[in-house]
Ligand binder design. Sequence first.
Ligand code: NAD
Ligand code: LMR
Ligand code: MG
Length: 620
Amino acid sequence: MQALKSLKPRLLLSSSSFCKPSFRSSASTRSLASVSNMSPATTQSRPAMPTRQLSTTGGDYDMANPPELRKYLGTYGLTPPAVENYEVQAQRCLRLLAMKPTPIEKFQYLVHLRATNVHLFYRLLSENIKELTPLIYTPTVGEACVRWHEIWTQPEGMYLSWSDRGNLRRILDNWPHEVEITVLTDGSRILGLGDLGVNGMGIPVGKLALYTACAGIKPEGTLPLTLDLGTNNMTLREDPLYMGSRMPKVTAEQEKEFLDELMEALVDKWPSIVIQYEDFKNPFPALERYQNTYCMFNDDVQGTGAVIVGGFINAVRASGVPAKDHRAIFLGAGSAGVGVAKQIVEYFVKEGVSEEDARRKFWFVDSNGLVTLDRGDKLAEHKVYFAREDNNGRQYQSLSRLIDFVQPTILMGLSTIGGAFNKDILQRMAKLNDRPIIFPLSNPSSKSECNFEEAVLNTDGRCLFASGSPFPSLEHNGRLLTPGQGNNMYVFPGIGLGAILSKSIHITQDMIYASAESLSTSLNKKEVADGWLYPDIRRIREVSVVVTRGVIRAAQQNGVDRAVELRNYSDEQLDAFIKQSMYDPFNESTQLLNAASNGRSHLNGNGVSGISNGLEASHL
Ligand SMILES: NC(=O)c1ccc[n+]([C@@H]2O[C@H](COP(=O)([O-])OP(=O)(O)OC[C@H]3O[C@@H](n4cnc5c(N)ncnc54)[C@H](O)[C@@H]3O)[C@@H](O)[C@H]2O)c1
Ligand SMILES: O=C(O)C[C@H](O)C(=O)O
Ligand SMILES: [Mg+2]
């Protein structure tokens, strides 16, 4: 025991045992250069970078690694002797998961698995995407964020604080990988759970895990980024375990200054980086400010708009009501609600409706009631476009009275008010429509405006339904009904991958719209025949290829692509290129082994370039 105790720290610190050659050399070069450039404030007591502990690295302890690879990696003897195939390892993982009684414990186990064996984690995730996505993403990630300060165990991304301004570029040098895409949040509106400060880190981590699982962006090409700009959440600020700055959220003007510096720093460090904004309370200023300058998009405004249009196109077809005759009530007039409605307007216009008529098909309700021009409060700028002026002075406060007035065909929820679509509301929708379109889109499940069962029971199973969070299938009148999941996870992976592969300068609105249209066409015959609005999530990698192709084609049409050679590819060639560019966790050990045996200097996806001596480098 004593021997083990003294061995472990030595091993953990020993670069010769644990670092692949390239990590050793690049990390030390990086450290020296960056330390000499940094201000004293950022270099004081700077520990050695725990590169090996970042969860986006590693497969070194994979039980599939054969003895020669273990010897090469210096891990021989550090894992049990058996060489196991994936199926055996997966069985162990799934048993371990089953032993964890609660979703948050399963989440924690999966965090651990990712940190210790990233390829196994992604193999497991890609083979069990339907079952595991709810554990690493919505809804469980919501609980994880609420409790991040209690459950955090290891670095998984970067935190940048208000007090770091002036040094952001140099701090980025601490990230040990070449980044292709980042998801960044300021934690100010995490799902429908409010301001969670740096606890919001779970969201970039979860979204980027889906980038890898759904679109094959290699794990080390992803950077989860959380801005520590203060929080107005007093409970967190007063909690001794809270890990962010204990100050009120900075002003909008200060946040703008910070973001200006950050955006410059990100592209200076990684010139081709794709930047996804996520869960900002007020995302519009940044979107407007940066969308024509950087390769960026806002997932909640644009990704959500696209995913909902994707399902909506299919819902409109299934409803039997022509586009021009639809009327929509939106509960919630925030960034997501307005983002969705704006893209539906685009769809209606493409269907031949004038923009003015399309705009007037929407009635928005926020916490003050129907959004009207004469309501007496100062409307936020983003609401003005849809504000009603035809309400004849009436201010509708109640959703049911508004339903009677508008007679909508569509009810969308992006309000964060769990249960707002109650029995009465749903029954009114069922009375008005043969196939009411009901999309309760708030996350996580507890904030969903209704669940699938409530929607089915109160509309005699006639509703066309999609929710932001996943709900189980159910049997109704002898038929198995499966809910659609209108979650931006169907599109953001393809938007990001499309931008990366086409080397786009910007992400244009046409690229976003193309993701929606491509998604709507990605259902297979059975899914269409079964009346599904979205494809089976188990086919998400195939779907992401279709979405990515659409995004690349739109980039080409807009002339924002720099990978101009792709313009000459046929669709089949482009699909093949996309697939071949995708990280495949099942290939990683084989590639590592081949490179180790051949002493080749190139490896895909593992940062192990620079191997020169092959197996001679063994640390056995
Ligand atoms: N399904 C998805 O892919 C997806 C994507 C993005 C956002 N969302 C969800 O949408 C929700 C809203 O996100 P957001 O970014 O628009 O947030 P937001 O804070 O910008 O907007 C929330 C809106 O709800 C309104 N609201 C609050 N209480 C209300 C009440 N009692 N009655 C009526 N309206 C009320 C607010 O006035 C505001 O207009 C969140 O729960 C988020 O998780 C889902
Ligand atoms: O994170 C999600 O599940 C979807 C969306 O981005 C949200 O903010 O709710
Ligand atoms: Mg979001």
